[in-house]
Design a protein around this ligand. Structure first.
Ligand SMILES: *Cc1c(COP(=O)(O)O)cnc(C)c1O
Length: 378
């Protein structure tokens, strides 16, 4: 039903339309964004007058350095439009044409930005979840993912060992710590990537913190300078309004919100045992494969996950990625309980909403027309 990109776009637009309608009738309170990607823009009134091309950087750059280094470690930070933009600029700058970029990650697949950027750099790409694999000759850059899109977190000792092995081979290391910069440090008490010796580390200011979608790169000042200058040539660097919101988000980051999610998670894991829920570091998830077992139907797990995600949205105002995500995004139904909106939704109500959606779908799933209406609208 949605193997094609166009249908995925239609599904996403339908979901956004439902969100718009709910907000028009019930206000923002009628929506619970549990994606963990809230893209908040926490500006203060006094910031607004400073968002100009040259005034902004003069004011916010210094604060970005202070707050960014406090969060990430390293000698220097730089702000980018997205994590993917920081990854692209870093790989273009550091991967040598014809050489190899090796990517270690706790679980495949990689975020697409890493292989795609490597291709643009005319380098070869190899990814592996086996951290004992040697770093081949002719490697110009090692990338390590600190926490995957599904929030699988690397072992600190494996991360440290790869960094040491890369360094003895004279190869720099970039850590993709999009969510890992908080998951690893706050929940697993791991060190910041730069403190473990990473030459560069990048994080996303809208993952597990209440900031805008933007990428914060930290690390060795000589490398950050080089990557920045590469970014300017392609327009990948963050502009003053984004930098200002990133600064505010970093300055107000409070790790206790992530820790509070743990209590809500324990309750839901127990209460929803029959639905094959699994735990993530800050919430719960139901994988598409396990959904197939719940229904006697020819629908794929991905289709069921999208249908449930749409029901949760239209009936309960709960936003999850399978409904609103970009084409190709994971169809895992992930409920991030560290999201700000999770504080307004008591776990009992979330449980009821999930059970209700699962029930309701059994009356629709065998009717192709109703499924299409649910997912794509009329
Ligand atoms: C989210 C994520 C990215 C990309 O972040 P964008 O803001 O979409 O560019 C890259 N890598 C990992 C592991 C991620 O989770």
């Amino acid at each position: 039903m949605f193997h094609d990109h166009l249908n995925e776009v239609k599904r996403r637009e339908h979901a956004l339309q439902i969100i718009g309608e709910r907000i028009a009738s019930g206000g923002r309170e009628g929506i619970y964004d549990l994606t963990g990607l809230s893209g908040g823009f926490p500006l203060e009134m006094e910031d607004i007058g400073l968002l100009e091309t040259y005034v902004g950087p003069a004011v916010f750059e210094e604060r970005l350095q202070t707050a960014g280094r406090k969060h990430m470690g390293g000698e220097m930070v730089a702000a980018f439009n997205r994590t993917s933009s920081a990854i692209l600029a870093s790989i273009l700058e550091l991967a040598e044409p014809g050489s190899l970029v090796v990517h270690y990650l706790p679980e495949l697949p990689s975020h697409p930005s890493i292989p795609s950027s490597t291709q643009l750099a005319a380098a070869r790409y190899h990814e592996t979840d086996d951290f004992t694999e040697d770093i081949p000759e002719n490697t110009s850059l090692v990338v390590v993912t600190g926490s995957t899109m599904d929030h699988r977190v690397v072992d600190e000792s494996e991360l440290q060992q790869i960094i040491e092995r890369a360094h003895s081979a004279g190869v720099p290391v970039l850590v993709d710590d999009a969510s890992g910069a908080r998951l690893r440090t706050v929940l697993f008490n791991q060190k910041r990537a730069c403190d473990l010796g990473a030459d560069l580390a990048v994080t996303s200011t809208d993952k597990l913190m209440h900031g805008p979608r933007g990428g914060l790169l930290a690390g060795r000042s000589d490398l950050v300078e080089r990557v920045k200058s590469r970014a300017y040539r392609f327009g990948l660097e963050a502009q003053p309004p984004l930098i200002a919101a990133m600064v505010r988000a970093l300055e107000s980051f409070d790790p206790s919100e992530i820790l509070n999610a743990l209590e809500r998670k324990g309750y839901l894991l127990e209460a929803l045992r029959d639905l094959n829920v699994e735990e993530t570091p800050t919430g719960i998830m139901i994988k598409p494969d396990s959904l197939e077992e719940l229904y006697d139907s020819t629908c794929t797990g991905d289709e069921i996950a999208v249908a449930l995600s749409m029901l949760l949205l239209s009936d309960h105002g709960i936003i999850t990625i399978p409904a609103v995500g970009m084409p190709g995004a994971s169809k895992t139904l992930r409920f991030d309980l560290a999201s700000r909106d999770a504080e307004r939704l008591v776990p009992e109500l979330l449980r009821e909403a999930i059970e209700d959606a699962v029930d309701k779908l059994s009356g629709i799933i065998s009717d192709r027309k109703m499924m299409e209406k649910l997912i794509f609208g009329s």
